[in-house]
Design a protein around this ligand. Structure first.
Ligand code: IMP
Ligand code: MG
Length: 173
């Protein structure tokens, strides 16, 4: 972990997650919320967010793979683990770790809409707006907008490493 630098420390991370949770809580007052966690990266964020929402929260999990050979998603998305329960008629919030090109979410949102939820919103911890290819992806809740750096920690990996770091870091080369 020699060249690992902190981009967002634990305290800032949790303070912002608190704010997002409160915002969601207000907007969904009296409604059941279904959080769809996109495995594996958004596990940490989903859990911390869910714990802070005072209300009726259900959890669902989905896993897609978006990367081809390289380090940028190809747009060719494969379903690795599908939803197990119906989301028909549910108020759904998709919880993502990071939006980069937007290809993964663009595909996933369309896929989820076919399952006829009552509503679908999108919540991401991190956003790299400079990198967006799919301009149609509308984000409802964003934790932090970050520069075009490859980040790790708090669920985000580099070849499966660093997911368990409690903060968001980047590798300086
Ligand atoms: P997109 O389809 O290009 O938006 O890619 C989104 C996915 O790429 C995320 O869910 C992450 O799994 C991965 N990803 C994008 N940028 C980073 C990064 O900086 N660190 C770790 N994973 C990333
Ligand atoms: Mg991911």
């Amino acid at each position: 972990m020699e060249n690992l630098k902190i981009l967002i420390d634990e305290q800032k991370l949790h303070a912002r997650i608190d704010e997002i949770a409160k915002q969601i809580e207000e907007e969904y007052k009296g409604k059941e919320i279904t959080l769809i966690c996109i495995l594996k990266g958004s596990v940490f964020f989903t859990v911390d967010l869910a714990k802070r929402i005072n209300g009726d929260v259900k959890l669902e999990f989905i896993r897609v793979s978006s990367y081809g050979e390289g380090t940028e998603s190809t747009g060719e998305i494969k379903m690795k683990l599908d939803l197990k329960d119906s989301i028909q008629g549910k108020d759904v919030i998709v919880v993502e770790d990071i939006i980069d090109t937007g290809r993964t979410l663009s595909y996933l949102i369309e896929y989820l809409k076919m399952k006829k939820p009552k509503s679908v919103k999108l919540c991401t911890l991190l956003d790299k707006p400079e990198r967006r290819v799919k301009k149609n992806v509308k984000v409802d809740y964003t934790g932090f907008q970050i520069p075009d750096k490859f980040v790790v920690g708090y669920g985000l990996d580099w070849d499966e490493r660093y997911r368990n770091l409690p903060y968001i870091g980047y590798i300086e080369n």
